[in-house]
Write a protein that binds this ligand. Structure first.
Ligand code: HAM
Length: 440
C-alpha cells in the first residue's frame, strides 16, 4: 500500500518529464499564436458547480466524481473537467465585463472515478481552451482548427474529426418530445439508467454504453435532423469555415457528448490504434452555461484534449518528438583537490548558463564517464592529478570520444564558442587548446 499509487493514477518520471515539458511548451506557443491566455483555477471546487454545470444525469456527476466533505463540512469535488470552473472563475472575477471575447486556456490534472483501463485514468491531464462572448460560427471553426493544429504540430496522424450540432433549447424541446414518442413503445427495454434518462434527459440515451439501448435509439429522430432555422444556419456556416481551412470532418448525428452544457456545435476527435478509449479530445458550444451558473447570458465554446491519450497515440504511431535536450558538461574528479576545483568550476559554469553536474558518489573515472554518458552529457571535463597541476581539464566529447586538454580559464569561452548557442547541441570538431592529448 505504502509503495503503491492509487488505482488509475500515473507517476510521471524524471526520464519522461521532457515530453510533458514539450507538450506544455507547444500548448503555450500555440495558444499565444491564437490569442488565448492561461487561466489557473483550483483543483477542487464546490460540488454544486459540477452538478449544475455538467448536469445531474451525466455519468460524470452520477458516478465519477471524487467528492468529499472538508473539516467544516463543505461539500467539495476534485475537478472532473475544466469548463465549469473556468466559467465560475470568469463570473467571480467579473471577466465578462472586460474585453470580449475572453479567450483562455488551461493545462492540468482532472479527476474521474471511472474503471481504469488503457487510456482511461482516474487522474488525467487535459489541455483545454474556452472562449466567451461570441456566437460567431467562425469562432467555432477557430477552436476546432486550434485543436487540429495542436495534434498536427505533435505529428499525430490518422485522426477523425466528428462533428454535430445539438441545437438550442428550442430545438432540444421539440427533439425531446419526438424522441420520447419514438421510445415510448420500447421503454421497458431500455436499461434502468436510460429509463430515468427517458423522463429527465432523453438525449443522454444516445450516449449510453449499453448496446441494446444504442440499438433502440439508432433509428430514432436525431437532434441534427430537427434543428431550428438559426441553429441549422449556424451549423452550416461552421462547416463552411472548416472547409475553407481544409479541415476534413465527418458529420455524426449521434454525437451528443457526455456533458449536458452543450448547445449548437459539438465535436470529438478520435485516433486509431489506442484501443477503446480513442477520443483524444472533444468540445463544443455551451451558450447556456454562463447563465446556468448565475451570470448574464453569454455564449461560450471550448474543448478539452486528453494528454495521456495523445501520448499513447504518439507512442503507437512511433512519433519521435526529438525533444530531449542534452545537458552540457559533467565534471569528473579523482580526489578531494579535484573535487574542490570542480565544485568551484561547476558554480562558474552554471552562472554562465551551462547545465553542469559533478560526481557525489566517489566513483571511479570510468564509472563517472558511464554515468555522464547515460545522462546524455555532451562533454566531460576530467580533473585528474595532471590537470590539477597544470590548471587545466581533459575535455572529452562524449559522442566521438575525442579528447583535448584545455586550461580552466579558457573553458567557459571555449564551450560558449563550440556550443554556438546556449541550449543547443555541440555541432563541430574540437580544436586543441594546447595540442596535447589526454590519457582518459
Ligand atoms: P470530455 O469529452 O469529457 O470533455 O473530456 C475531454 C477529453 O479528456 C477526452 O476526449 C479525453 O481525451 C480526455 N479524458 C476524459 N476522461 C478521461 C479519462 N478518464 N482518462 C484519460 N483521459 C480522459 C470535457 O471535459 C469538456 N470540459 C471539454 C470542453 C471544454 N468542452 C467545452 N470546453
Amino acid at each position: 500500500m505504502l509503495t503503491t499509487r492509487p488505482r488509475g493514477t500515473n507517476d510521471i518520471l524524471p526520464n519522461e518529464i521532457h515530453i510533458w515539458h514539450f507538450l506544455e511548451e507547444t500548448i503555450r506557443r500555440i495558444c499565444a499564436e491564437y490569442g488565448y491566455k492561461e487561466i489557473r483555477t483550483p483543483i477542487f471546487e464546490h460540488t454544486e458547480l459540477f452538478i449544475r454545470g455538467v448536469g445531474d444525469t451525466t455519468d460524470i456527476v452520477e458516478k465519477e466524481m471524487y467528492s468529499f466533505l472538508d473539516q467544516s463540512n463543505r461539500q467539495l469535488t476534485l475537478r472532473p473537467e475544466g469548463t465549469a470552473p473556468t466559467v465560475r472563475a470568469f463570473l467571480e472575477n467579473n471577466l465578462q465585463n472586460q474585453l470580449l471575447p475572453g479567450k483562455v486556456y488551461y493545462f492540468g490534472p482532472m479527476f474521474r472515478y471511472g474503471r481504469p483501463q488503457a487510456g482511461r485514468y482516474r487522474q488525467f491531464h487535459q489541455f483545454g481552451v474556452e472562449a466567451f462572448g461570441s456566437n460567431d460560427p467562425a469562432l467555432d471553426a477557430e477552436i476546432i482548427i486550434l485543436a487540429m493544429d495542436f495534434y498536427h504540430r505533435l505529428g499525430l496522424k490518422n485522426l477523425t474529426l466528428l462533428l454535430n450540432s445539438v441545437g438550442c433549447p428550442e430545438c432540444r424541446k421539440k427533439h425531446r418530445q419526438l424522441l420520447q414518442a419514438y421510445l415510448q413503445p420500447v421503454l421497458n427495454e431500455l436499461c434502468d439508467t436510460c429509463q430515468g434518462r427517458y423522463k429527465k434527459n432523453p438525449l443522454r440515451i444516445f450516449d449510453c454504453k449499453n448496446i441494446s439501448c444504442q440499438r433502440l435509439v439508432l433509428n430514432g429522430p436525431t437532434i441534427a435532423d430537427n434543428l431550428c432555422e438559426s441553429c441549422s444556419e449556424h451549423f452550416k456556416q461552421v462547416q463552411i469555415f472548416l472547409r475553407e481551412a481544409n479541415i476534413t470532418f465527418q458529420l455524426d448525428p449521434y454525437l451528443v457528448r457526455g456533458l449536458d452544457y452543450y448547445t449548437h456545435t459539438a465535436f470529438e476527435i478520435l485516433v486509431e490504434g489506442i484501443g477503446a478509449q480513442n477520443a483524444i479530445g472533444g468540445g463544443g458550444r455551451y451558450n447556456g452555461l454562463v447563465e446556468e451558473l448565475g451570470g448574464k447570458p453569454l455564449p461560450g465554446i471550448g474543448f478539452g484534449l486528453g494528454l495521456e491519450r495523445i501520448l499513447l497515440a504518439l507512442q503507437e504511431q512511433e512519433v519521435d518528438l526529438q525533444v530531449k535536450e542534452k545537458p552540457h558538461l559533467f565534471i569528473a574528479t579523482m580526489n578531494l583537490e579535484g573535487k574542490l576545483k570542480g565544485f568551484k568550476l561547476q558554480a562558474e559554469l552554471r552562472k554562465a548558463g551551462f547545465k553542469v553536474e559533478m560526481d557525489y558518489l566517489d566513483r571511479s573515472i570510468k564509472a563517472q564517464l558511464k554515468y555522464a554518458g547515460k545522462q546524455g552529457y555532451q562533454f566531460v571535463a576530467i580533473l585528474g592529478e595532471r590537470e590539477i597541476a597544470s590548471e587545466s581539464a581533459a575535455l572529452k566529447v562524449m559522442d566521438t570520444g575525442e579528447q583535448i586538454n584545455i586550461s580552466l580559464v579558457n573553458l567557459i569561452p571555449y564551450l560558449e564558442g563550440i556550443l554556438k548557442f546556449k541550449g543547443t547541441g555541440f555541432q563541430g570538431g574540437l580544436e586543441n587548446d594546447r595540442n596535447d592529448k589526454g590519457i582518459y
